[in-house]
Design a protein around this ligand. Structure first.
Ligand code: KDO
Length: 330
């Protein structure tokens, strides 16, 4: 079964890499993520979160999925094998189908909208269920950015105006159902693959493209192995700083407050830095020779929104939530 397979892979990864640390008497907060150490989220966690909890905890990040594979972290936290991760709505939707509302294309509008939704009462039952049933506390939302379609083909070969232009394009999407659906809704042929494998897959032509925000395209050097970016903005993507609920409950109220403040500070610093990067990087990527252009956004938006509303996903969205999310936008 899937659980048994996961248990095996989690067990193996943990026994090789997760050496317990007994240094001083501090709690060790190990975080595992596929992001690199130069990702703005990693920088903010290292510079803001770690120091913010250092009087009682040692923050020990493991980047590039060196401790746990992408998408096995939540299970690891739930089992007590890991303390922290930076998770996504797509990962959470595997356990709680209603979370797919936060994975749907063209719903969240920008970084401020994400913060407003995260802090609104509409999100409380979502977070509460994750705490109670998975044992994971979501501390703060991080801004990943606007995901765009990034292809190996030159614009002469593939000119992306509408979803029909993506027909037959093998688009790497991260490995969960919610991501595959988004790839399909865009008109492409989605292929699941872990983030750490994407560069090589683009280089060898195993896939035609991938979707990520501009800062990720630069950080992961996907520009070296691709020729164009169609600015579809199909998902204003977010992640969540996730902490083991069991670890949280062992903290004193003062320590809990310090953890929450440190997470808030990291998320805020990261959001500002990532927004700036996103605005600045178009020129850099053009200098690297990529064609960067806007497709017919109305055509993408209506195609994607229709796909979601007609899908089974929408049946799991609690009544009124989409309306409330829209109200919180502009
Ligand atoms: C990716 O795999 O494309 C993705 O962007 C998905 C995100 O949810 C997040 O996991 C991210 O990768 C990683 O943090 C690596 O940047």
């Amino acid at each position: 079964t899937r659980r048994a397979v996961l248990a095996l892979s989690v067990g193996v990864a943990a026994s090789f890499s997760a050496l317990p640390s007994f240094a001083e008497d501090k709690i060790v907060l190990r975080l595992s993520s596929p992001m690199s150490e130069t990702d703005q989220r990693a920088i903010a966690l290292t510079e803001q979160f770690g120091p913010g909890v250092s009087s009682f905890a040692t923050f020990e990040p493991h980047w590039n999925a060196t401790l746990f594979k992408q998408n096995t972290e939540l299970e690891a936290i739930a089992r007590g094998n890991l303390e922290m991760s930076v998770t996504s709505a797509q990962e959470l939707a595997q356990f709680f189908p209603e979370w797919s509302i936060f994975t749907a294309g063209y719903v969240l509008q920008d970084a401020d909208h994400q913060v407003a939704v995260f802090n609104d009462a509409v999100m409380d039952p979502f977070k509460q269920k994750v705490e109670e049933e998975l044992g994971v506390k979501l501390l703060a939302p991080m801004y990943l950015g606007r995901r765009h379609v990034n292809l190996r083909q030159s614009r002469d070969e593939v000119d992306v105006r509408t979803p029909a232009d993506l027909a037959g394009i093998n688009l790497r999407m991260p490995g969960t159902d919610a991501w595959q659906f988004l790839g399909k809704a865009l008109g492409a042929n989605p292929t699941p693959m872990a983030f750490t494998e994407v560069y090589t897959a683009l280089q060898t032509g195993a896939v035609d493209g991938q979707d990520n925000p501009l800062p990720t395209v630069v950080d992961a050097k996907f520009y070296e192995v691709t020729k164009q970016i169609a600015l579809t903005s199909h998902l204003v993507d977010w992640n969540f700083i996730a902490l083991s609920k069991a670890v949280w409950e062992d903290l004193s109220p003062e320590q809990q407050q310090a953890v929450q403040s440190a997470a808030d500070a990291a998320a805020k610093a990261e959001r500002e830095a990532q927004l700036k990067k996103e605005a600045d990087l178009r020129g850099f990527l053009e200098q690297k020779g990529l064609a960067i252009y806007e497709p017919d956004l109305d055509s993408f938006r209506s195609h994607v929104q229709k796909a979601y509303l007609e899908s089974d996903f929408a049946n799991d969205w609690p009544a009124g939530v989409l309306e409330r999310i829209n109200e919180l936008g502009h």
